[in-house]
Design a protein. Structure first.
Ligand code: BDR
Ligand code: CA
Length: 329
């Protein structure tokens, strides 16, 4: 039901990421793009932390800074049934805190949606979702057979069980944004692995981690610190935490190091009513089969972030994006 990633082969795991960047999404994307164990085959961008226009611009800026060229598409512009409520108090008006970003452009019609990115994959991929589940729900509605054929594993940063919510006392942001989409995705039993707040709340960067990175020379380090500085201020004010919880990083860490998170099979349901329980995830016998991350090896996950994102950022100069044809000239 939940195949483990092949451990006895050097071929990188093909991955498609659906994301709403977002400050912790940015760290998760940089971790994925800088990791040889996985090959990021496509990124689909969703509304969530910010509007889809801002999120798309942020994804382009992250790719530019990473010096990588990856197919980009739009996963979802709005929830299935609810209104868009961007988290500007958490991630800033741009979605990147205080980090400078270019103006956002218009989203053109020829951008490829998630199912087109998946359809183009020559082999089944691991799909990582770091935002609301709307894009995947739309893809499942439009072509469920294609999605089942192309997604061998789905890892989602979503939900909370014993941990308190971060949007209502009972619910987590990605689940809250579009509970109908999460419910549809869970019912598809792709299979899905949830990385909930229960483990991500144990994975915080301290304010001094952020200041230490701020002392580095690299342009990318300074850019990341400007984003994190905003995120730390949010956590200080709203969560009374002297640091910041970088949730989405753990969904990528789970692929890179299977020892970083351990999962338990269970059945999960999501509450659809309005009010404080909107988007609440529960372990329930009537729910759908999923695996839920229960334990985190903080040191392993931290080593990945530190070696592949912070050390890289501290030493890297801005790199030009090499278009293959240009690279040959
Ligand atoms: C999730 O919501 C967003 O704020 C983060 O990017 C993360 O995906 C945490 O609840
Ligand atoms: Ca996110």
């Amino acid at each position: 039901m939940h195949p483990r990633e092949p451990a006895d082969t050097f071929a990188p795991i093909p991955v498609v990421i659906d994301t709403d960047p977002g400050i912790d999404d940015m760290l998760a994307l940089l971790l994925a793009l800088n990791s040889p164990e996985i090959m990021v085959r496509g990124i689909s961008v969703s509304y969530g932390n910010t509007t889809v226009e801002n999120a798309f611009r942020n994804a382009v800026e992250i790719l530019r800074r990473a010096g990588k060229r990856v197919s980009l598409g739009i996963g979802a512009r709005r929830p299935l049934e609810r209104a868009v409520v961007p988290a500007s108090e958490t991630h800033g008006a741009s979605g990147m805190g205080y980090a400078p970003v270019p103006a956002a452009g218009v989203i053109l019609d020829f951008m490829r949606p998630l199912e087109r990115i998946l359809a183009e994959q020559p082999e089944p991929v691991t799909l990582v979702t770091l935002g609301p589940l709307t894009g995947l729900a739309l893809a499942l509605r439009s072509d469920p057979e294609l999605i089942r054929a192309k997604v061998r594993r789905h890892v989602a940063m979503a939900g909370n069980f014993a941990a308190k919510g971060n949007t209502t006392p009972y619910s987590e942001f990605n689940a809250w944004c579009d509970p109908e989409a999460l419910s549809l995705v869970l019912q598809a039993e792709l299979p899905t692995d949830l990385v909930p707040l229960d483990v991500t709340r144990e994975f915080a960067l301290s304010a001094s981690d952020v200041s230490r990175l701020g002392g580095a020379e690299g342009d990318n380090a300074r850019w990341i610190v400007e984003a994190l500085r905003f995120y730390v201020e949010f956590h200080r004010e709203y969560e009374r935490l002297d640091g910041c919880v970088v949730n989405d990083v753990l969904a990528v860490a789970a692929l890179l190091d299977p020892e970083a998170l351990s999962f338990q099979s269970t059945r999960v349901a999501v509450d659809l009513e309005d009010g404080e329980s909107r988007g609440r995830t529960r372990m329930a016998s009537e729910g759908s089969l999923a695996r839920v991350a229960r334990q985190l090896d903080r040191d392993r996950a931290r080593a990945l972030l530190s070696d592949r994102v912070f050390s890289w950022a501290a030493s890297s100069l801005p790199r030009p994006v090499l278009v293959p044809e240009m690279a040959r000239v």
